[in-house]
Design a protein around this ligand. Structure first.
Ligand code: ATP
Ligand code: XMP
Ligand code: GLN
Ligand code: MG
Length: 530
């Protein structure tokens, strides 16, 4: 499988993040991208001396991780990380592994059975010396940080000194100034370390990054890369009308013109009127060649009786590819499939390629792909986060209302209908969702919310309407704020808004007699219900 349609990273200054399996590793990448620094996350198993030499990073970050360095056989970075002559920042597990590798000592805590000082949650660090990494920090005397560790560093490696302490982490901030090696016990990448971004800014500055990762430059390089990858071949673009595939299609159109055909699949799991709107927009306003694939019966019949979320995704992923293949066969010379895959899709499905973190959901377009496929992939956004894709869309001149659309998952309403999917439930869900989004727009809240939708619950409840008994479905409203979907908070609607919306849904949508509002953040929840 060829997935090489991304700009040659050799054109950028690069930072390497070695992933030891922390649940928040992606946030490190986010903080760096916000600083216009190009970085890649690679699971530690895939990073050896030769990899480091080929990648030629300007700096390296060791992530946190669930394992304990006190355990034999626990994950290690390769020697070359230390001898490459570039700055290193170790975070939590990354700090512990650096200390142990370089001659210090780490003691096991509660998790690895050694007792000692576990810390989970908020802590305050105080300075014990001046350090370039801490420029601008401690202006108010102390900094709030987020800790999540059972083990702790008990003795520093030679060359290291301590620059910050917390009550339970005497070695909260440590550094070997001569080698530019930094190691911290807390997580500067998370929201709960409010001024943590400043440490990344200082780190990349002292590593000599100039901030050369911009969407303006990316557009030109991506176009060159697409032309180089596909040559004269024809390309099918999987177009959903969502932000990612719309930007992908626009980019491909600019790169290869009428070698491109878009295939929009109506799998019967779309929102109300979505099919017509998407096709009109792309055919009439953007002049793209779009095939409207009406495949409702195929998808809905294969999903009949299926209630397990992962099985649903696998079926949908496979059928998507079957459909794309079918249309590709009708176009002579079509040997490429373009998709709007983003970096978070890749990362969330990464344990398929042997990463250290657990798989939460296999996104249909990555983990859900069949092993054997007759088409080569073109994924020009595979390196980008959502907000970067929106910026690229603006560069490409896509209409503002398209760029601002809430994300909609490829498996569509299938994962908003927990349990078995039926046509009747889907119809109810479509109606309820349309009323809810209409309410959000009417109240001017659409752009404040990152994603909003209704899920129909697999329970029926008793109600009373017009003096009669009802026995209908309950639904849950969901609305979240987020930057990239990796973490999210529920949106704090007013009670008036919620009351008015519930009344409208129950009055206007036959089949629903109870409305609830989901106030779970991510984590511990996910945005979708499945
Ligand atoms: N109904 C569909 N028809 C054709 N391709 C689809 C469809 N749904 C999803 N895809 C493909 O799967 C990819 C991933 O879906 P995803 O929902 O993450 O992205 P998107 O729909 O392009 O953007 P957004 O995240 O804003 O909804 C899409 O970029 C697209 O290539
Ligand atoms: O194209 C997709 N295929 C999928 O299988 C899939 N699962 C979740 N999502 C979308 O991803 C974002 C994060 O969702 P979760 O918090 O539910 O994982 C949210 O924006 C979800 O809508 C998907 N998108
Ligand atoms: N968050 C982390 O990196 C934790 C590191 C290690 N597992 C500990 O408990 O100390
Ligand atoms: Mg989508």
């Amino acid at each position: 499988m060829n997935t090489a349609a991304v700009p040659d990273p050799a054109l950028h200054e690069r930072l390497l993040i070695i992933d030891f399996g922390s649940q928040v590793t992606q946030l490190i990448a986010r903080r760096l991208r916000e600083l216009s620094v190009y970085c890649e996350i690679h699971p530690y198993q895939n990073v050896d001396d030769a990899f480091i030499e080929a990648f030629a990073p300007k700096a390296i970050i060791f992530s946190g991780g669930p394992d304990s360095v006190t355990r034999e056989g626990s994950p290690r970075p390769p020697q070359a990380a230390y001898t490459a002559g570039v700055p290193i920042l170790g975070i939590c597990y990354g700090q512990q592994v650096m200390m142990q590798d370089l001659g210090g000592e780490v003691h096991g805590g509660k998790i690895s059975g050694g007792g000692g000082t576990a810390e989970f949650g908020r802590a305050f660090v105080e300075p014990t010396g001046a350090l370039a990494l801490l420029q601008g920090w401690f202006s108010d005397g102390r900094e709030q940080v987020w800790m999540s560790h059972g083990d702790h560093v008990a003795k520093l490696a030679p060359g290291f000194e301590v620059f910050g302490t917390s009550p339970n982490a005497p070695y909260a901030i440590t550094a070997d100034v001569a080698r530019n090696f930094f190691a911290v016990q807390f997580h500067p990448e998370v929201h709960h370390t409010p001024r943590g971004a400043m440490l990344y800014e200082n780190f990349v500055k002292l590593a000599g990054f100039t901030g050369d990762w911009t969407m303006d430059a990316y557009r030109e390089q991506a176009i060159d890369a697409i032309r180089a990858q596909v040559g004269d071949a024809k390309v099918i673009c999987a177009l959903s009308g969502g932000v990612d595939s719309s930007v992908t299609a626009a980019l491909l159109h600019e790169a290869i013109g009428d070698q491109l055909t878009c295939v929009f699949v109506d799998h019967g799991l779309l929102r109300l009127d979505e099919g017509v709107e998407v096709v009109e927009m792309f055919r009439d306003h953007m002049n793209l060649h779009v095939i409207h694939a009406e495949e409702q019966d195929l998808f809905l019949s294969e999903l009949e009786g299926v209630s397990d979320p992962e099985t649903k995704r696998k079926i949908i992923g496979r059928l998507f590819i079957d459909v794309f293949q079918k249309y590709a066969n009708e176009i002579e010379g079509a040997s490429y499939l373009a998709q709007g895959t983003l970096y978070p899709d890749v990362i969330e499905s990464v344990s398929f390629s042997g990463g250290p973190s657990v798989t939460i959901k296999s996104h249909h377009n990555v983990g859900g792909l069949p092993e054997k496929m007759g088409l080569n992939l073109v994924e020009p956004l595979r390196e980008l986060f959502k907000d970067e894709v929106r910026a690229l869309g603006r560069e490409l001149g896509l209409p503002a209302h398209f760029i601002a659309r809430h994300p909609f998952p490829g498996p569509g309403l299938a994962i908003r209908c927990p349990g078995e999917i039926t046509r009747a439930k889907l119809d109810i869900l479509r109606e309820a969702d349309a009323v809810y989004i209409d309410q959000i727009r009417k109240h001017g809240l659409y752009d404040e919310i990152w994603q909003a939708f209704v899920a129909i619950l697999p329970v029926r409840t008793v109600g009373v309407m017009g003096d009669g008994r009802t026995y209908d479905y309950a639904c849950a409203l969901r609305a979240v704020t987020s930057v990239d979907g990796m973490t999210a908070d529920y949106y704090p609607f007013t009670h008036d808004f919620l009351g008015e919306t519930a009344t409208r849904i129950i009055n206007e949508v036959p089949g629903i007699n109870r409305v609830t509002y989901d106030i779970t953040s991510k984590p511990p929840g996910t945005i979708e219900w499945e």
